[in-house]
Ligand binder design. Structure first.
Ligand code: PMP
Length: 374
């Protein structure tokens, strides 16, 4: 079998074998409905409660402030529509986001605009960092919520969420952050960072697809989105994905033990090698996730991606959630890339097991492609 060099971990990750094992055990043995009152129901409920404690601890939240969802798309939707439909949403009508949000935030606020909310987009500079002064100028008594992504999925740029949280806190405004890419990799403390709502997803850290969480600070009212059950403290109806939840908490325990610094070293080596062969790195080099590299070449990135795929190297041209869309990347446009540059941009997202030998192979293959196409 051809060796695979998987550099698309921002799209999704391979499930850890230990996670698969835990999930199998839950599916085969602890298959009771967590809402049932018999012993098997109790066992399933205990798995959920224990997992909630582990995952809440990761962000310094209380267990009852974390609810399980189907993933970050649902968490982002619930956070925004939930707040918009709450009592507060009847009074305050402005929503502030950044220009580099994931489509699940961007499309949600487009919907909310139709319902009478005004959406303000904070621009980013060429490095992908948001204009903090712009945010300070726009936030006021009419601001319902500020939603700013932590680690951007296309560029890898990390925003200073502590500073943003402090601005929101000063104005008494709710602060939501999409931490799908940073959860488990970068330190997040919801109390210290004044975060009111936070989204994360299991399949970005070695858990299965279809499981995520939403942190909801104690006391925040959210309009219900799903009806027909009292699960998840009445915040999200539907029988819980017990195996997925068990896998999610196992995945965070494993992820935490990995050495992020080692990934950073490989990432920086990759960046220097890409630059050596004429690649232009997008986004701040200092303030970035340990594992995402966005690079622009003077070539057709779609063809390069397909060429690399043929060599066993998996990467992407953009966010997987937008891959099938015909539109150019909003995020790359936001940092000032021209159409031709956007068409020449690839995203590589490293795993904890990516090594320098893998990188050398990738660089050799990119060089071959560029030589063939120049
Ligand atoms: N936000 C960001 C930043 C993401 O990268 C993703 C996954 N592409 C999502 C939200 C959506 O997550 P999920 O696939 O769990 O719905």
């Amino acid at each position: 079998m051809k060796k695979i060099i998987y550099l698309d971990n921002a799209s999704t990750t391979k499930v850890y074998p230990e996670v698969a094992k835990v999930m199998e055990k839950v599916m085969l043995n602890q298959y009771g409905n967590p809402s049932s009152s018999h012993d098997l129901g109790d066992e399933a409920r205990k798995i959920i409660n224990d997992s909630r404690i582990i995952l809440a601890k990761e962000i310094n939240a209380k267990a009852y402030e974390v609810i399980f969802t189907s993933g970050a798309t649902e968490s982002n939707n619930l956070a925004l529509f939930g707040v918009a439909g709450s009592k507060l949403g009847k009074i305050k009508k402005n929503i502030i986001i950044s220009s580099i949000e994931h489509s699940s935030i961007y499309e949600s606020v487009k919907e909310l605009e139709k319902q009478g909310f005004e959406v303000i987009e904070v621009p980013v500079d060429n490095n992908g960092l948001i204009d903090i002064d712009y945010l300070k100028n726009k936030i006021d008594n009419n601001t319902l919520i500020v939603s700013i992504i932590h680690g951007n999925n296309e560029l890898g740029v990390l925003q200073n969420i502590e500073e943003i949280g402090s601005i929101c806190n000063k104005h008494g405004v709710l602060f939501h952050t999409d931490c799908s890419q940073s959860f488990g990799k970068d330190k997040i403390d919801v109390r210290k960072m004044n975060i009111s709502l936070l989204s994360a997803s299991g399949h970005k850290i070695g858990a299965s697809k279809g499981i995520g969480l939403l942190y909801i600070k104690e006391g925040i009212e959210l309009e219900q989105r799903l009806f027909g059950g009292s699960q998840e403290m009445n915040r999200r109806a539907g029988t819980e994905n017990v195996a997925g939840i068990a896998g999610f908490s196992k995945a965070i325990e494993i992820t935490r033990k990995h050495d992020v610094k080692k990934v950073r070293i490989v990432r920086d080596y990759f960046i220097s090698q890409l630059e050596n062969i004429g690649g232009k790195i997008n986004g701040s080099k200092e303030k970035r996730l340990s594992n995402i590299v966005s690079v622009t070449f003077d070539c057709d990135a779609e063809n390069l991606m397909i060429f690399l795929s043929g060599k066993g190297i998996m990467c992407s041209t953009r966010s997987a959630c937008d891959e099938k869309s015909k539109k150019e990347s909003r995020v790359l446009e936001s940092i000032g890339l021209k159409e031709k540059e956007i068409k020449g941009t690839l995203r590589f997202s490293l795993g904890f097991d990516t090594n320098k030998k893998d990188i050398d192979y990738v660089i050799r293959e990119i060089k071959k492609f560029i030589k063939m196409n120049s």
